[in-house]
Ligand binder design. Structure first.
Ligand SMILES: *[C@@H]1O[C@H](CO)[C@@H](O)[C@H](O)[C@H]1NC(C)=O
Ligand SMILES: *[C@@H]1O[C@H](CO)[C@@H](O)[C@H](O)[C@H]1NC(C)=O
Ligand SMILES: *[C@@H]1O[C@H](CO)[C@@H](O)[C@H](O)[C@H]1NC(C)=O
Ligand SMILES: *[C@@H]1O[C@H](CO)[C@@H](O)[C@H](O)[C@H]1NC(C)=O
Ligand SMILES: *[C@@H]1O[C@H](CO)[C@@H](O)[C@H](O)[C@H]1NC(C)=O
Ligand SMILES: *[C@@H]1O[C@H](CO)[C@@H](O)[C@H](O)[C@H]1NC(C)=O
Length: 404
């Protein structure tokens, strides 16, 4: 990774992250080496070998408990990993603003932000701070962090029998501390032990299931069995999130945090249409892509959001031969940034697989093909709405492998 230390020092604001991408574009374009694109993988499932780092543990969160008590079991298990992760975030923040001033700010001022966050998120965060012994402001920081820095690939596909499959790679940690010795992203590696699967229950019945990071109360990936599946991807835009997040801190609080909306929808929306309306119409703090699958033929879409409204809903359309929709981090009607084209290789592999052969197994193959699989890939999740299945796997991308 060129300029690793420079980038490392510049992390700390998503807006800088955006300008760093532009900088890379101009400074690297003449010497850019083609990405490590491989032939579409086959036979990767069940997961094994060097790209499979481990299974993900299941936990239950009881929604009938008071919010501050819901995460105790998860946090008790994952406390040490959470503390390590937050120490790494603090190191990055110190590199960005030396002298520890930023962290003083976090410890002093972010707890005040907590009171502005909606129920039940505010109380769950208090419980997590208590259970982990980590200062409240740092848990708030940890929860805001993902709103800003997620890069991913998600897709919904319909098989010829009408069965819907939803898969995603969660890529996280771009520009956050490149470890030159291990050729890996520091934050990405520290996140892997925090990945958990959670079964959210009410009256001792599953309401929804998700793949999540311990300590984080929003959702990025989840299924409401027999009803819908949902993932969220970051959308970079000049009308960007950082403005909305700044406005929130300064007191203008009209929008909703993206991953809080995703969680609310998984918890309380009762159908595909209900979920779609909420995701399309709720005002947000930042732009986002929501990838939503339903439980019937033709129900699958990518919702491209600005902060205020839905710009586009791109749906499955079998009559047009569109048996899958796939989203990375670029509007589907535009070309992806050539330095970060995970879309073309993923589509190529989906096309090669063909509708007749789509399954959890073949979707895992697509998500295991470099550069769809890359150094940022933290986990792969596969979901099948008709039987309520959610499976996830921690990933590794051995060299040679694209850094993103
Ligand atoms: C690099 O990888 C080795 C072996 O996996 C590990 O023990 C070490 O802690 C890693 N170094 C850093 C800085 O993460
Ligand atoms: C909750 O459900 C599990 C299995 O789904 C069952 O073993 C357990 O007894 C139930 N608990 C209560 C309190 O009903
Ligand atoms: C879902 O709805 C219930 C009942 O109205 C409410 O108590 C709960 O806080 C909602 N969940 C979220 C995440 O908003
Ligand atoms: C699909 O979801 C709707 C709305 O929740 C539900 O009424 C219907 O029974 C579901 N269909 C199947 C096949 O599960
Ligand atoms: C995949 O197939 C679709 C639909 O036929 C086509 O529009 C697209 O160009 C193909 N993409 C690749 C990368 O093969
Ligand atoms: C697709 O499925 C058919 C029938 O099961 C099988 O013969 C064929 O080899 C499969 N193709 C691929 C690319 O997996």
């Amino acid at each position: 990774m060129l300029r690793g230390d420079h980038l490392h020092a510049k992390m700390g604001s998503g807006l800088l992250c955006l300008s760093v991408l532009a900088l890379l574009y101009t400074s690297v374009s003449t010497q850019f080496v083609p990405p490590y694109t491989e032939d579409c993988r086959t036979g990767m499932y069940p997961p094994k070998g060097p790209t499979f780092k481990g299974a993900v543990t299941w936990y239950t969160v009881d929604l009938d408990l008071p919010p501050s008590k819901r995460w105790t079991e998860v946090i008790t298990d994952k406390k040490a990993d959470l503390v390590t992760m937050i120490a790494a975030i603090k190191d990055l923040a110190d590199a960005f603003v030396p002298s520890g001033k930023l962290i003083n700010l976090v410890d002093k001022d972010l707890p005040l932000i907590l009171n502005t966050l909606p129920y039940p998120f505010n109380e769950e965060i208090v419980g997590i701070a208590k259970d982990s012994g980590v200062p409240l402001g740092e848990i708030v920081l940890f929860n805001i962090f993902y709103e800003v820095f997620t890069v991913c690939t998600s897709m919904v596909a319909e098989g010829e029998n009408g069965n819907l499959y939803h898969g995603r790679n969660l890529d996280f940690g771009l520009f956050m501390g490149w470890d030159t010795k291990n050729k890996s992203w520091t934050i990405t590696e520290k996140l892997k032990p925090l990945v958990v699967n959670v079964d959210f229950r009410r009256n001792n019945h599953t309401v929804f299931k998700s793949t999540n990071f311990a300590g984080y109360v929003g959702m990025l990936t989840g299924i409401r069995p027999h009803t819908f599946t949902l993932t969220m991807n970051e959308r970079f835009s000049l009308d960007g999130g950082y403005i909305g997040i700044l406005e929130w801190i300064l007191g203008k609080r009209d929008g909703m945090w993206m991953s809080f909306l995703t969680r609310s929808v998984l918890e309380n929306a009762t159908s595909y249409e209900d979920a779609k309306n909420q995701l399309a119409q709720t005002e947000l703090l930042a732009p986002a892509y929501f990838i939503l699958g339903g439980n019937q033929t033709g129900q699958g879409c990518v919702i491209t959001r600005s902060r205020l409204l839905s710009l586009d809903v791109w749906e499955l359309d079998l009559k047009l031969g569109r048996w899958y929709v796939l989203e990375t981090n670029y509007d589907h009607w535009k070309e992806p940034l050539f330095l970060d084209d995970r879309r073309t290789p993923a589509m190529k592999c989906m096309n090669e697989t063909m509708q007749a052969n789509i399954s959890m197994k073949t979707m895992y193959d697509v998500l295991s093909t470099k550069p769809v699989l890359n150094k940022l890939t933290t986990y792969t999740t596969l979901m099948e709405v008709s039987n309520g299945r959610l499976e996830s796997y921690i990933r590794d991308c051995p060299d040679p492998c694209m850094p993103w």
